[in-house]
Design a protein around this ligand. Structure first.
Ligand SMILES: *Cc1c(COP(=O)(O)O)cnc(C)c1O
Length: 406
């Protein structure tokens, strides 16, 4: 179904198209009715049935039937993302968390075992640490996956899935994707990778052996902070199962408008990622030079324990380490709040991958704090570096530190 939605091919005179060209042209095409060179937003819950509908499977996702079964704007975006990730297919759902839940509930059955990174997005932690074990009888192990030997030790005969997040939110811990994939496959299990902090511009886990790549589209791929979405990029055999089981029966479908917004936002992904990468590295180096800063965690810094692995897994020579970094200040609870209150350019809000820079104070009472390295225990900031001028962001930080008396 998707191939006829792709206006441009994947190669030109047998030379593969580049990432930027594909970000612009894939999933777009000429509207047959109006001749518009932009895909319209198709806002309809249902589609006309044929003369004899009696042989239609009401759970099918590959015909226009009912919007929860799948819809055109979702499919345009799926065609682009599968290509950018280097996988056979992709499913786009309502949020990154819907993509995580779809992956876990589709791949794991009662009695199966899953291993997951000790630092993950909070919903992944709650699903795998508590909800799936308690409600569905799935066994899980929390592992420091930054050392592959810990993964090897945790494998059981019934291990079916290894789920890693790299770099991990919010500690920026890095896991070796190739090593994790090798261990998963030796055990007859699958590897899923939450690639949200990298985006496919920086790292393509499928090329490193991952079976399932999860992206919160809400972040870099949309890039404008105005729509939630999630994607699972993997083999078609698995996307078929995810659509048939999760999408149709649990819901979690993306709205046509959000799919359209994310498709538009993703057009500039490569341009934006270059700026996020460069600006975050400059700010990480600046923070590291300040006496008020206790520590900086950013995989692009030589001081980061995962730096060599992070460099090795970059997808392209002009890739980088993303726009998110964490750092700690040498101050007390009130000092952290004072610092944030004095920022003029950087906004105090959760999320990341937006055009504007966002900062959030974390860690003092996080339920996962026991899993974080000790320097994170006194509270820390997660800074999502946006697309403003780097000099303005550095001045904003320096000015706020001075104004807060730090
Ligand atoms: C934000 C985020 C998610 C969840 O995505 P939503 O779109 O907010 O549901 C999952 N993983 C990571 C790493 C994230 O940063």
């Amino acid at each position: 179904m998707t191939s006829d939605l792709v206006h441009h091919g994947e190669s030109f005179d047998d030379v593969p198209l580049g990432f930027a060209t594909k970000s612009i042209h894939l999933g777009n095409g000429v509207d047959a009715e109006t001749g518009a060179i932009r895909r319209p937003i198709t806002l309809a819950n249902a589609y006309a049935l044929p003369y004899d509908p009696s042989d239609i499977n009401w759970s099918s996702s590959d015909v226009n039937l009912y919007t929860r079964n799948g819809h055109p704007n979702q499919r345009y975006l799926e065609a682009k993302l599968a290509n950018l990730e280097g996988t056979e297919d992709a499913v786009v759902l309502a949020s990154g968390v819907a993509a995580l839940a779809a992956t876990f509930t589709t791949l794991l059955n009662r009695g199966d075992h899953a291993i997951f990174s000790d630092t993950t997005y909070i919903a992944a932690y709650r699903l795998l640490n508590q909800i799936l074990p308690e409600k569905y009888g799935i066994e899980t192990s929390i592992v420091d996956t930054s050392d592959p030997q810990n993964i090897a030790k945790a494998i059981r005969p019934n291990t079916k899935l290894i789920h890693i997040e790299t770099p991990a939110n919010p500690t920026l811990k890095v896991t070796d994707i190739e090593a994790a994939a090798r261990l998963a496959h030796e055990a007859g299990a699958l590897l899923s990778v939450d690639n949200t902090f990298n985006s496919p511009f920086n790292v393509r886990p499928a090329e490193l052996g991952a079976d399932v790549v999860i992206e919160s589209l809400t972040k870099y791929i949309n890039g404008h902070g105005d729509a939630l979405g999630g994607a699972i990029a993997c083999a078609k055999e698995l996307t078929d199962r995810i659509r048939f089981t999760y999408q149709v029966n649990y819901g979690g479908i993306i709205s046509p408008f959000n799919a359209w917004l994310i498709n538009r936002g993703s057009v500039t992904l490569p341009l934006r990622m270059r700026q996020h990468n460069a600006s975050a590295l400059a700010i990480a180096r600046h923070l590291e030079s300040l006496p008020q800063v206790r520590f900086v965690a950013y995989p692009g810094l030589e001081s980061h324990p995962g730096h060599d692995v992070a460099v090795r897994q970059l997808a392209r020579p002009d890739a980088g380490f993303g726009g998110v970094l964490s750092f700690g200040l040498d101050t007390d609870h009130d000092g952290h709040n004072r610092f944030v209150s004095k920022l003029n350019v950087i906004t105090s809000a959760v999320s990341l991958g937006h055009d504007e820079s966002l900062i959030v104070f974390l860690g003092e009472d996080d339920e996962r704090q026991y899993l974080y390295p000790p320097e994170f225990h006194r509270g820390f900031f997660r800074l999502a570096v946006g697309l403003e001028d780097t000099d303005d962001l550095i001045r904003d930080i320096d000015h706020a530190l001075a104004e807060a008396g730090l």
